[in-house]
Design a protein around this ligand. Structure first.
Ligand code: AMP
Length: 403
């Protein structure tokens, strides 16, 4: 079960990694965080004498076909990852133009101890996202062992993330170091977290976060709600929110959540004030107003200074912190202040001994943007997967390795 207990010497080790990296228009990798995340697992297998065969998806090529209905292979090939990965590993990575098939079989078979082979984008195959058995079986045939180190894709029951694992018995499959770190850190939040436990949530929509909000209410001491989703709650309480983002069909849900929090004794913190703008534009006119007194024609795009003060104060008292979702439209510099203040407060509190987990996606981007990645306890690489894990769901990619 534990990667450290397996003997990979002279064996072919098939590893599912998450190399879904951002690239610029020349298809150069612009952020190699995900490549670096896989390195410890790959180096371990190489150091103990194994040969590494890598599978990953990149984007959703079948959803973005060329006009003639074919896959844009130049754009979505994983070949562009070969050079940066070779540099990181100090090993010349070989590349195969297919994930499965005769060539993949031959190249895998010929692979020697200490060598690395990267297979082509798993999502070039229609069966991948459907969890196709035949495809998974062909993948499984390439390796003696299977390692899943792709946490960001673990909530998907795809051929390469889940179904393939069923073709290996429990003595021939395990998690990689990155995956294990994600699962271990998530456990710190779900198994007896140190209190006070503060969750900071934000982002655009209540509808995307209902399950996690409900679950968190049963576990946290304080729930901070910022970002666009706060305005549905403020409106539910009778406030005027002008043209701020509101999900009318979630107003009742918001009321139910507020009611539930009261019953459970969880303190919900909504932004008392907001930076409001007269357009969804960085250059828009702005003013700071009470969040429940926003006139028509104005929209809340960031939390205000009183809200920042209150949220920071709550974070200062926390022993365990989860953060998911920005406090405002942080992509626009004029509305990034709240998100940056929260990131800084979480980093400061972590220095004082709190455990902090940044739940992937935009909050992870904000923390990394500010260079605070090393100042928090853990930055998750999988936004969707981490949310599902914290919601209490079993991730298929995790279950398939454990079975
Ligand atoms: P999510 O993916 O749900 O975490 O949402 C992230 C997105 O929410 C980011 O792109 C933010 O720009 C957006 N967002 C945050 N606050 C607001 C707001 N007050 N109004 C509109 N969009 C927001």
């Amino acid at each position: 079960m534990d990667i450290n207990n397996f003997d990979f010497k002279g064996k072919k080790v098939l590893i599912r990694v998450d190399f879904n990296v951002p690239m610029d228009k020349n298809r150069q990798v612009t952020d190699d965080t995900r490549l670096r995340g896989a390195v410890p697992t790959l180096k371990h297998v190489l150091n103990v004498g194994g040969a590494v065969i890598l599978m990953s998806h990149l984007d959703r090529p079948l959803k973005k076909l060329l006009e003639d209905g074919t896959i844009d292979r130049n754009k979505y090939t994983l070949r562009n990852v070969v050079k940066p990965l070779s540099d990181l590993l100090g090993v010349e990575v070989k590349f195969c133009d297919e994930t499965v098939g005769e060539m993949a079989q031959k190249m895998s078979k010929d692979l020697k101890q200490g060598e690395v082979l990267l297979l082509e984008n798993t999502r070039f195959y229609a069966g991948e996202e459907k969890g196709d058995e035949a495809l998974a079986k062909s993948m499984a045939a390439l390796g003696d062992f299977y390692i899943n180190d792709a946490f960001g894709a673990a909530h998907r029951a795809h051929s390469s993330t889940t179904v393939v694992a069923h073709y290996f018995d429990k003595d021939h499959k395990c998690f990689g170091y990155l995956m294990k770190a994600e699962l271990d850190h998530a456990k710190k939040l779900t198994d007896n977290p140190e209190r006070p436990f503060v969750a900071v949530t934000g982002g655009a929509k209540v509808s995307d976060k209902i399950l996690i909000l409900e679950k968190l209410l049963g576990e946290v001491d304080h729930l901070i709600i910022g970002g666009g989703m706060a305005y549905t709650f403020i409106k539910a309480q009778g406030g005027s929110v002008g043209n701020s983002l509101v999900e009318e069909d979630r107003i009742n849900t918001a009321l139910e959540l507020l009611e539930k929090a009261k019953k459970l004794g969880v303190k919900i913190h909504l932004p008392v004030d907001s930076i409001v703008a007269d357009a969804f534009d960085n250059a828009a006119n702005t003013q700071m107003l009470k969040s429940d007194q926003i006139p028509s024609g104005w929209m809340g795009l960031d939390i205000g200074s009183e809200a920042i003060k209150e949220f920071v104060e709550v974070i200062k008292g926390a022993k365990t912190i989860l953060w998911n979702g920005p406090m405002g439209v942080f992509e626009m510099p004029n509305f990034a202040q709240g998100t940056h203040a929260i990131a800084q407060a979480i980093a400061d509190r972590t220095k004082k001994g709190a455990f902090s987990l940044i739940g992937g996606g935009d909050s992870a981007a904000a923390v990394n943007q500010m260079g605070l990645g090393d100042d928090v306890s853990f930055v998750s690489t999988g936004g969707g997967a981490m949310l599902e894990l914290l919601e209490g769901k079993e991730l298929p990619g995790v279950a398939a390795v454990m079975s």
